[in-house]
Every structure is written in structure tokens, then in C-alpha cells.
Design a protein around this ligand. Structure first.
Ligand code: SF4
Length: 312
């Protein structure tokens, strides 16, 4: 999901990267400006990044109910399913790194053989199995099948990458092979407190090769999904003090027994940064001042707060 095809790499190198060089980001909107407005947190409230970036509730009442009234809801089936698919991707990528370090370049055939067996077996990883058990029994088999399709896709991708690298780099070492075959850090932990977010954030994937933040969604495309990559980019800038200009939301969906992947590359420009800060300030304020933002006009049917907002 996180690897770029030749066409996507070209799109990035010839389209988006030159564009970022022309698009000047205001220094005051870089994460490293966290001790000054507008990045400096206005309210002493620490929200999770998904709470700031999530616009599923149009008024942000879900965040208010959770923090001010302590309302707890059960995760929905799509939420568990999304967590499970993320766990499958992490499992394959971590297994790949583990196998490369375990066997080294010299025994690359053993690495490929074990990856092959991974795709042929039933294993999805412990975390994915835990999510599977949380699902209603009626959904389990169908979701398990989708998870297998996703796992096999990931395994095929990493095996092709390993073979391609080995063909082109006859003198490559083990560490280099691992970093080129899987050039992402999955579930990178970040302290978002500099910019008024939780101190325990976890970004889906960060790739140092392209200096890009990636976020995976198994959901319909929405414009506010870019707020997640924007938030993580600003946190990275605050923590590491280097600029992040590009984000990519990777959309995965299933069409029958096929996985379809689409990537939304975008420049993390001033407009997205300002939008993220507005969301952060508006939601932090409603929590800090215990100010009910009101019930939305068009509540989605699946919202897990419906029984609280619409008790009738
Ligand atoms: S039911 Fe409506 S107002 Fe309440 S949290 Fe959900 S979307 Fe927001």
C-alpha cells in the first residue's frame, strides 16, 4: 500500500516535488514555530490527532461528548475492520524486515521462501486476530478473506521489491536491503504535545526516501482526510525541525475478491495547515469551556453517538 509504482514516483518527482519548491509555506505555519501563535496551543487541552482531523461529525460534538461528559461508545464494524487491515499491513512489513535481518542477504532465498509461505498460510498476525475476535461472528469470515487478499498483495509487493533490489545491487548489505525493501517506519510514535495534541500519537507510515507522511484509509474518500497527514507533518516539524511538504492518503477498497488502491498525493500547504489549526482550536475550546457545539443537521446513520444525540 505504501510503495510507489514507477508511474507514481514519476508523478511525485516531476509534478508534486517541483510544485512544493514553488509553493512557499509561511514559516509561522511550520510545526517548529510551536512556541508562537498560531501554532502555540491556545487551550490546555490535549486532543488525539484523529479527533482534530476527523470531520465525520460536522459540529465536532463527538469530541465534546467524549471529553466533557465522558460518553464512551463501542467501536463500529468498519472501525474494527480498518484497525484489522492496518494490523495486517504492519505485520507483513515487520515480518519482512525481521526475515531480512534474520537471514541476511546471503540467505535471501530463505527470506523469499518464508514470505511465500506467509502468503500461503492462514496467519494474519496476532493483532489482526485480536481484531477479528472483536467482530460479530456473522462478519468474521468475509473480513478474514479480505484481510488475506490484503496480506497477499503486500507480500507480493515486498517480494518483488527484494528481487528487484538484489538484481540491481549485487554488493548490497543486509541493512541496506532492509531499508530499501521496506523504506517506511510503520506506526511511528510521536509526541504531539508541542502543538496541543496527545503525547502518544502514532503515524501510519513515514517514508524517509520521499520525506512524506502516509495515511491509509479503508473508507470513502473525503476532503478532510488530508488533515491527518497535515497534522502529522506539523508534529514531525515540531519534533525534528525539518520541513515536510508532501502527504499521501492511501485508499484501499475491495471490489469482490480484488483489492483496489488509490493514492491521493497532496502538498501540505498553508490552506491545509490553517484548516488543521482552526479545527484544533475550535474543538479544544468546546472541551475547555465545556461549550456544546450543537447537534449536526445531517448526522450520519452509522454515528456511534446517535443514541446520545438523538435519544428518541
Ligand atoms: S449524532 Fe450527530 S451531532 Fe451527535 S456526534 Fe454524531 S454526527 Fe455529531
Amino acid at each position: 500500500m505504501y510503495f510507489l509504482s514507477e508511474q507514481e514516483r514519476k508523478q511525485l518527482l516531476k509534478g508534486l516535488l517541483p510544485k512544493t519548491r514553488r509553493t512557499e509555506v509561511a514559516d509561522e505555519l511550520r510545526g517548529w514555530n510551536w512556541p508562537e501563535p498560531p501554532i502555540e496551543p491556545v487551550y490546555p487541552v490535549r486532543l488525539a490527532l484523529y479527533e482534530v482531523a476527523g470531520r465525520y461529525c460536522p459540529t465536532g460534538r463527538d469530541v465534546y461528548l467524549r471529553h466533557v461528559h465522558g460518553v464512551k461508545t463501542e467501536p463500529t464494524v468498519p472501525m474494527i475492520q480498518g484497525a484489522l487491515f492496518h494490523a495486517v499491513i504492519s505485520y507483513v512489513l515487520l515480518q519482512t524486515k525481521r526475515l531480512i535481518y534474520l537471514h541476511g542477504v546471503e540467505r535471501y532465498r530463505e527470506v523469499l521462501g518464508q514470505l511465500n509461505r506467509l502468503a500461503e498460510g492462514d496467519t494474519l498476525g496476532e493483532e489482526a486476530d485480536r481484531h477479528l475476535r472483536r467482530l460479530p461472528e456473522t462478519d468474521r469470515e468475509q473480513v478474514r478473506e479480505k484481510a488475506r487478499v490484503l496480506r497477499d498483495f503486500e507480500v507480493t509487493q515486498v517480494m518483488a521489491r527484494i528481487q528487484d533490489i538484489l538484481v540491481r545491487q549485487p554488493y548490497i548489505g543486509t541493512d541496506s536491503l532492509a531499508s530499501l525493501a521496506v523504506p517506511v517506519v510503520v506506526e511511528q510514535k510521536l509526541d504531539g504535545s508541542f502543538i496541543g495534541l496527545s503525547s502518544q500519537l502514532s503515524v501510519d507510515a513515514y517514508t524517509s526516501l520521499e520525506m512524506m507522511i502516509l495515511d491509509t484509509k479503508f473508507a470513502q474518500r473525503r476532503d478532510f482526510h488530508r488533515l491527518t497527514t497535515t497534522g502529522y507533518a506539523m508534529v514531525c516539524e515540531a519534533v525534528y525541525e525539518y520541513p515536510i511538504n508532501i502527504g499521501c492518503v492511501v485508499y484501499g477498497r475491495f471490489a469482490g475478491d480484488r483489492l483496489v488502491v488509490e493514492k491521493d498525493f497532496h502538498v501540505i500547504d498553508d490552506e491545509l495547515r490553517q484548516w488543521f489549526l482552526e479545527e484544533r482550536d475550535q474543538k479544544s475550546r468546546s472541551v475547555y469551556e465545556e461549550m456544546d457545539p450543537g447537534i449536526a443537521d445531517n448526522c450520519p446513520a452509522w454515528c456511534s453517538y446517535r443514541t446520545t444525540c438523538h435519544p428518541d
